[in-house]
Unconditional design. Structure first.
Length: 477
């Protein structure tokens, strides 16, 4: 990524910085270019000359843009909250009229706001500059300062400080002081809890509680696979590349959602659900902006498990989105693919899919290639059904007998649970008579998915991952 100073030296007239930390952004960037005169404008205070410490009562947003031409050469002006005014034709035209002079005199406008709102007529003239959240070392320095100023006898562990990565400097300060008040130390659990509040506040994703693997009956091959991948996130093992993630394919009720929650438990990471469909907006560019914000937040709070549920529905219409939604879905999908390929933060993506044909049609296979492996979640075997029944008996305090599993052939895990719950009210026989397995309704489609999985996926069921689903063997005559 280009440094801020490089953009100034290259003569870029305008940059847009999306951040909630306007004070930190202005201080950090102005210090990186000390030879430039620095000004700050906001609607309430007017124009501040940072070098002289004096204000000018220029509060009109149009006049604020126009006054840039009167600033000294080699100047930068930070415009706060200007996303609110850029939709005005007077503002955007004043900005366009000023461009030639900015380029000729080494003056630069830096828009600083929590959202990006660039009108179409100005989008080629403004460059987005990525301003990162505080690093672990910056948060550690902040904690050291707080401990020293309060004369506290607290040891600062850099590993614990990493738990606050993803917070703004203000949020990090609040989390550190809260931890000291609550526990008298810098507690990793408190810092992680406060970090995950950032996910809730963003409205871009949802937090879910990980589920212990003992709650997932069967799928032993998948569990073994995940335990092996856990080593990739521990620096002690010296593995140079983080595991990327898996795609779980199978019929509804087979345990894919529960597997995502168990994955977070096995890997020891928080679980966030990225609902791609909910990020789609009605305004031009809104969907792509939300997707960028979501992936940026994931990178900030990593390590974490990212759960994308029923991705074939979220990505449906990608091929035709140019006609139906102005290319929003295609733009979101393109950014998602690039991010999955290029992002290097320690995260693990677990995507689920009920209809592999629909997903292949939507992504042309590009989405599948972003995962380390694809797992097919088949119907539970008799042994797996016994494990699921035992879990359900413990969960609902029922006493369904083991021999009932012989009559549950082709039941999904969800259907076994449904039967056990119904038996509480109607008895096991009535409950069994009123469950209609999804396999009976979609046999052809499920069998087709099984055939596809033989050559294209690993099997999540069973113990021997390499031999669960044999490859087709052609006889040579």
């Amino acid at each position: 990524m280009c440094k801020f100073k490089d953009y100034l030296s290259a003569g870029y007239p305008a940059l847009w910085i999306q951040t909630h930390e306007e004070a930190r952004a202005i201080t950090t960037l102005s210090k990186s270019a000390p030879e430039y005169h620095t000004y700050v404008w906001d609607l309430m205070n007017g124009l501040l000359d940072c070098d002289a410490g004096k204000y000018q009562s220029i509060k009109d947003p149009v006049k604020a843009i126009q006054c840039v031409s009167e600033l000294p050469e080699t100047s930068i002006i930070f415009m706060k909250d200007y996303h609110i005014f850029m939709k005005s034709i007077e503002v955007s035209r004043s900005f366009k009229n000023l461009l030639w002079k900015l380029k000729a005199t080494d003056r630069h406008i830096i828009f600083v706001s929590p959202v990006i709102s660039i009108p179409v007529e100005c989008e080629k003239d403004i460059t987005i500059y990525e301003f990162a959240l505080p690093t672990t070392s910056e948060i550690e320095a902040l904690a050291t300062k707080i401990v020293a100023e309060n004369n506290l006898d607290i040891t600062i562990d850099p590993h614990d400080m990493a738990a606050a990565k993803g917070l703004t400097i203000e949020e990090a300060e609040n989390a550190i002081t809260l931890s000291i008040v609550q526990s008298g130390s810098l507690s990793r659990s408190v810092l992680e809890h406060e970090k995950l509040q950032a996910v809730k506040k963003s409205g871009l994703m949802e937090l879910y509680k990980p589920v212990d693997e003992s709650e997932l009956g069967g799928l032993d091959a998948l569990k073994t696979y995940l335990h092996n991948r856990k080593r990739g996130f521990d620096p002690i093992n010296g593995i140079s590349a983080f595991p990327k993630g898996i795609l779980l394919v199978g019929l509804p009720g087979g345990g894919k959602t529960l597997s995502a929650k168990v994955t977070a438990s096995i890997l020891g990471m928080p679980l966030v659900r990225l609902d791609i469909s909910s990020l789609k907006g009605s305004l031009v560019g809104e969907s792509e902006q939300k997707m960028r914000a979501a992936t940026k937040l994931i990178d900030a709070i990593a390590p974490c498990v990212v759960w994308c549920d029923e991705v074939e529905k979220a990505l449906s219409g990608v091929q035709s989105s140019g006609k139906s939604d102005g290319g929003s879905t295609a733009g979101m999908f393109g950014h998602l693919l690039t991010w999955m390929q290029e992002s290097e933060t320690p995260k693990y993506i677990v995507a689920t899919c009920n209809d592999i044909e629909e997903l292949l049609s939507a992504s042309q296979g590009a989405f599948l290639r972003r995962f380390d492996d694809i797992f097919f979640v088949d119907l539970p075997s008799r042994e797996d059904r016994l494990k699921i029944l035992e879990i359900m008996n413990n969960r609902y305090n029922t006493k369904c007998k083991c021999d009932i599993v012989d009559r549950m052939e082709n039941f999904t895990g969800a259907e076994i649970e449904k039967t056990v719950v119904a038996s509480l009210y109607d008895g096991i026989e009535v409950a069994m008579a009123n469950v209609h397995p999804i396999y009976q309704q979609n046999r052809a489609k499920i069998d087709a998915a099984r055939e596809w999985a033989k050559d294209n996926a690993r099997c999540a069921n069973g113990n021997d991952m390499a031999a669960v689903v044999p490859k087709k063997i052609r006889r040579v005559r």
